[in-house]
Ligand binder design. Structure first.
Ligand code: T3D
Length: 258
């Protein structure tokens, strides 16, 4: 269901249920959470790549399992709290960059997962579908938080209320993804980006993620104070000292997450 591979300090996590568009069963969500936690805690991993196998990135909740749960009278509130929320929190808060290689359609909670990542590289064949309303649900997995920050409240409301799929070109236009590449290049482009990030200042990247998340919900004065605290932490690192010396010596810096 989930493949986990590490190379060049990048953990590649692949949703691997192509026959069901990589939709998420309880078991898949548990495995995804475990893989993310493993990547977050592994000091040898300095960037994470999330992608899907086959023609989908992820079609969100497995609706077959979901229908069975509904028929059996099992509610879904616990599923969202127990699975989706911890996954999204982990992606958003792990102190390492997370890149989504959106190889195909990302629907429902699958779109939410892509939105939670720090960067999104999309295949020309990718599509985003805020499919929640289509089955009588409101958004989950953080889409109401992430999407409007990415594209603005007006576009977010339209995408969520109408649920019409958005193609890769339009996603780029709206700022939902940062790069669109031919389908056959998406994994390589996203991997190259993740490798580049894995060679960068991991501690400073972690601080950058915290600064961005904090500033999204705080006033300027508070955000300035938070930036100063985070900068203090970066200034104290060996990476910063080494990179400053490298600049003055006109050399390329190397970062060791110290
Ligand atoms: O329980 C809870 O915690 C609730 C939480 C909910 C969070 C959510 O994610 S709600 C949103 C759930 N997702 C959707 O509503 C999307 C449903 N899928 C689609 O709209 C379309 O399949 C796609 C837009 C993703 C792709 O369309 P298309 O035409 O390219 O492919 P297709 O023919 O519809 O699907 C191909 C196969 O994948 C098909 O199976 P089959 O007929 O070949 O055996 C289809 O049933 C299956 N599939 C696609 N999406 C899902 C799925 N199977 C289970 N669950 C899916 N979500």
């Amino acid at each position: 269901m989930i493949r986990y591979d590490v190379a060049d300090a990048v953990a590649t996590i692949t949703l691997d249920r192509p026959e069901a568009m990589n939709s998420l069963t309880a078991e898949t969500k548990q495995a995804l959470h475990d893989a993310l936690r493993r990547a977050a805690h592994d000091r040898g991993v300095r960037a994470v790549l999330l992608t899907g196998s086959g023609r989908a990135f992820c079609a969100g909740q497995d609706l077959r399992e979901h229908a069975d749960n509904l028929e059996a009278g099992r509610g879904l509130a616990n599923t969202v709290r127990a699975h989706y929320n911890p996954i999204v929190e982990l992606i958003s808060t792990m102190p390492k960059p997370v890149v989504a290689a959106v190889n195909g359609v990302a629907a429902g909670a699958g779109a939410s997962l892509a939105f939670a990542c720090d960067l999104r590289v999309a295949s020309e064949r990718a599509k985003f579908a805020l499919a929640f309303a289509g089955i009588g649900l409101a958004p989950d997995s953080g889409a109401s938080w992430t999407l409007q920050r990415l594209v603005g409240q007006g576009h977010a409301a339209e995408l969520m209320l109408l649920g019409e799929p958005l193609d890769a070109a339009r996603a780029l236009e709206l700022g939902l993804v940062t790069r669109v590449v031919p389908a056959e290049d998406v994994l390589k482009t996203a991997t190259d980006l993740a490798v580049r990030l894995a060679q960068g200042p991991t501690l400073a990247y972690g601080a950058t993620k915290r600064a961005l998340a904090y500033a999204a919900t705080h006033a300027l004065a508070d955000s300035l104070a938070m930036e100063a605290d985070l900068q203090d932490q970066c200034v104290a690192t060996q990476d910063h000292l080494n990179a400053t010396r490298a600049f003055l010596a006109k050399e390329q810096p190397t970062f060791n997450a110290e």
